[in-house]
Unconditional design. Structure first.
Length: 247
């Protein structure tokens, strides 16, 4: 496999696992835009070695950062089980238009399908409450969830930098729902910069040349395949992300 043929940087490869650093704007799978996708490039490159990529998770087209790809069914099953059991940890850097209370916050707001393939909080916006009795403080719904399609969604948010207009957050996902970070931040009044779906995307202060979300750290357990590999990787913030930082 010639790594120079890939549109994403290869950070690690062994017989069972590939770890990539994906740029913003590159779709993992083919979409309506017609832009060449990462999966087609991976499939072509791995075919020379008699391999094919096997999915274990994905990140949005606009999101940059770390992506795990299995190279055999055994690794795919082991990683899939680790994701299901919450033993794969993911951390993101996010730049938002807006502020949240300082320090660490837990967001425990379930998600449900919305209109036009969007997701929403499974309750009215006015029912979202910051529970100050919890440590760290926690956003919860003050009403029962009645939508049978709702799925639990938990996010931990830590403020790193905040000014009058923008915030840099370090975020850890405890669940991995579609658009989870984007929906939680939008509904809390701090939508991601460059998000064309959630918040007020026509607001000049929210607009940006890319989605301000970067998966900067991944950690996973021993996969039981006898391969001596690192189990934690970090990715530096790319230049186009740093350009959006407040101040």
């Amino acid at each position: 496999m010639d790594h120079t043929d890939l549109p994403a940087e290869v950070l690690w490869r062994d017989p069972g696992l590939l770890l990539l650093d994906k740029p913003s704007g590159l779709p993992v799978l083919a979409d309506r835009s017609g832009i060449p996708c990462l999966w087609d490039a991976l499939t072509s490159c791995l075919a020379a070695d008699g391999l094919r990529p096997l999915a274990v998770h994905r990140i949005d087209k606009g999101t940059s950062g770390l992506l795990l790809v299995a190279l055999n069914p055994r690794t795919q099953r082991a990683l899939g089980k680790a994701f299901e059991e919450g033993r794969v940890r993911k951390w993101y850097a996010a730049i938002s238009h807006g502020r949240l209370p300082g320090g660490s916050l837990d967001v425990d707001l379930p998600l449900a399908p919305g209109r036009k393939s969007r997701w929403r909080i499974a309750g009215p916006r006015e029912a979202i409450r910051l529970d100050l009795a919890c440590r760290p403080h926690r956003y919860v719904l003050d009403v029962p969830v009645t939508d049978g399609r709702a799925k639990a969604a938990r996010t931990r948010i830590r403020s790193v930098i905040q000014d009058d207009h923008y915030s840099l957050f370090s975020i850890r996902l405890h669940t991995g729902r579609t658009h989870q970070i984007r929906v939680h931040l939008s509904w809390l009044g701090a939508p991601l910069r460059g998000d064309q779906i959630y918040g007020r995307p026509q607001d000049p202060d929210q607009q940006a040349p890319r989605l301000a979300l970067h998966c900067h750290r991944l950690q996973w357990p021993d996969l039981g395949d006898g391969i001596d590999r690192p189990r934690s990787f970090r990715s530096s913030l790319p230049e186009d992300f740093r350009a959006l930082l407040p101040g």
